[in-house]
Ligand binder design. Sequence first.
Ligand code: DC
Length: 230
Amino acid sequence: MKQKIIVAIDGPSSSGKSTIAKLVAKHFNFTYIDSGSIYRAVTYLAIKNKLIKTGKIDVVSLIDLLNNCSISFSFNLNNQNVIKLNNLSIDKEIRTSEISNYVSLVAEINEIRKYVLKIQKDISYNKSVVMDGRDIGSVVFPNADFKFFLDASLDIRTSRRWNELKLIEKDLKFEEVKKDLLNRDEKDTSRKFSPLIKSKDSILIDSDELDITEVVDKIIDIIKKEITNK
Ligand code: DC
């Protein structure tokens, strides 16, 4: 078996990437990396330092700040990845709706993408990883050993996300969640640098008719077949 395996999982928001990537990584004992959390951490830093004003980001100051701080990952007691800013966990802080609202704005800046790319490469330097995101198979690891593109219809993704969010935001409307997802899809697919695309050599998995276990099993089977033949 090859020493180091890279598994790229891309797809739109709420297509189930992180849940599936985590389970695949656990099965093979690979490291799971949630690349969206790095963009969220940068957004958190920008908001905290008031570098986003009226929808505009002070990119020069943000890059300067980033060059003087550290964004890293560590493992908690459940062997789960925790993102840290200057060695402090910010895992909860990056999941707020404020961060979700601004993160696409931050993720479209090329200088920021270059900064995040370096973190992604450094983390994966000497280990097997399952990394999820929007441009993993197309830009970050164009030579990944396995590339998957997870998709599901807008209605299915909306209802999954709505069911999750309803637990905390009781009055949240289905249509509101749908609009937000549509907006994020639009931003992620139309931005100039590293837009969300399905690279030609990635395997498309449409999960409209599949549950989590079925998707995970499908991915595990594909990887197993390939690595046991090498
Ligand atoms: O997966 P997520 O929703 O936590 O990602 C947050 C944002 O980061 C999302 O709007 C798109 C962006 N992102 C990106 O541009 N490239 C990646 N590889 C991962 C996330």
